[in-house]
Design a protein around this ligand. Structure first.
Ligand SMILES: [Ca+2]
Ligand SMILES: [Ca+2]
Ligand SMILES: [Ca+2]
Length: 309
């Protein structure tokens, strides 16, 4: 009997109020567990050039509910195709068929499509299924990265996106700093009617997260060659030798030990159940459009290494 169960048993005997600890819902990996993500729990991108797009984006264009969006994202990941998170704040949440342990060293590997000069960092968040309902409705902890303490980094930053009034229009936004802007409509490349998710029924929606300062710039000076430099470490879809896998450079590695709470203090998590990746920059790169994190895969890296021993 585990320590927690013993507490409950003895408490029941005494008819005392019991505080259920999160350890109750730990799901140990077994020989049957997979080191690969098992389910998409939520997919809420910001508007973007690939959102609703039926060609390279792979949407039907008819997604009308959050469940449709989850189905889309699961199908894409299973086909090893990218899921775009759109502009700032767009996110995906995945779960595993077991709890992912915080091992010594790296615990998670996330695949993006970064290459030298094309990093579109996504911040990684983790959560335990504290209430044991299988849903990602628990407290999220950010995994700190190289820029967490930078003065240019803004936590609890929000962007509200506005549904365009007609097809073929950019998506307007306003952020929590009062700045206004647009997700451009790239008529030459992505011709779907709207970049505002088809399954979001409200005329505005707000995404909140941690914003990293954009580093993108036009090297040509004439708008033809946009560079999206890498960040130090701790971000998905980031081409950095500090945490990519040397012989598989689109995989970035993450350590649950870097978890921080809403105040920025270290959060000690022995394990996690859910992983969220969220586009970290609010920027656009000319004809390349908005900076959007792309993801392909989520792995329990500790379990993967154990299996490879
Ligand atoms: Ca670790
Ligand atoms: Ca839950
Ligand atoms: Ca990318």
């Amino acid at each position: 009997m585990c320590a927690v169960c013993m507490v409950i048993a003895s408490a029941c005997n005494k008819s005392e109020v019991i505080t259920i600890t999160v350890e109750d819902h730990y799901r140990a990996a077994t020989d049957l567990s997979s080191h690969v993500w098992s389910a998409v729990k939520e997919y809420t991108p910001a508007p973007g050039q690939f959102i609703n797009e039926t060609k390279t984006g792979g949407f039907t264009g008819e997604e009308s509910t959050p469940a449709d969006a989850v189905k889309y994202a699961e199908g894409r990941l299973k086909e090893n195709k990218f899921v775009s998170l759109g502009g700032f704040g767009g996110y995906i949440v995945v779960g595993f068929d077991h709890s992912v342990d915080n091992t010594t060293g790296y615990d998670l590997a996330i695949r993006g499509n970064a290459f030298d000069g094309s990093s579109e960092p996504g911040i990684v968040w983790v959560a335990r299924d504290e209430n044991g309902d299988g849903l990602a409705n628990d407290v999220w902890y950010e995994l700190a990265g190289s820029d967490t303490m930078a003065e240019t980094t803004i936590r609890a930053y929000s962007v509200t996106y506005y549904r365009p009034e007609a097809d073929g229009q950019p998506v307007k936004w306003i952020d929590s700093e009062g700045t206004e802007g647009e997700i451009d409509y790239l008529a030459a490349y992505h011709k779907q009617p709207s970049y505002y998710p088809t399954w979001i029924t409200t005329d505005t929606y707000t995404l909140t997260g941690t914003r990293l300062e954009a580093r993108n710039y036009d090297k040509s000076g004439t708008g033809t060659m946009w560079i999206q430099p890498s960040y130090g470490w701790g971000y998905a879809d980031n081409f950095s030798a500090e945490d990519y896998v040397e012989d598989d450079k689109t995989l970035n590695l993450f350590d649950i030990a870097n978890a921080i709470d809403a105040e920025g203090k270290t959060a000690v998590l022995d394990y996690i159940d859910f992983v969220k990746v969220q586009t970290a920059c609010n920027a656009k790169s000319g004809w390349l459009g908005e900076q959007s994190t792309e993801v392909f895969d989520f792995l329990d890296y500790g379990l993967m290494l154990k299996r490879n021993e």
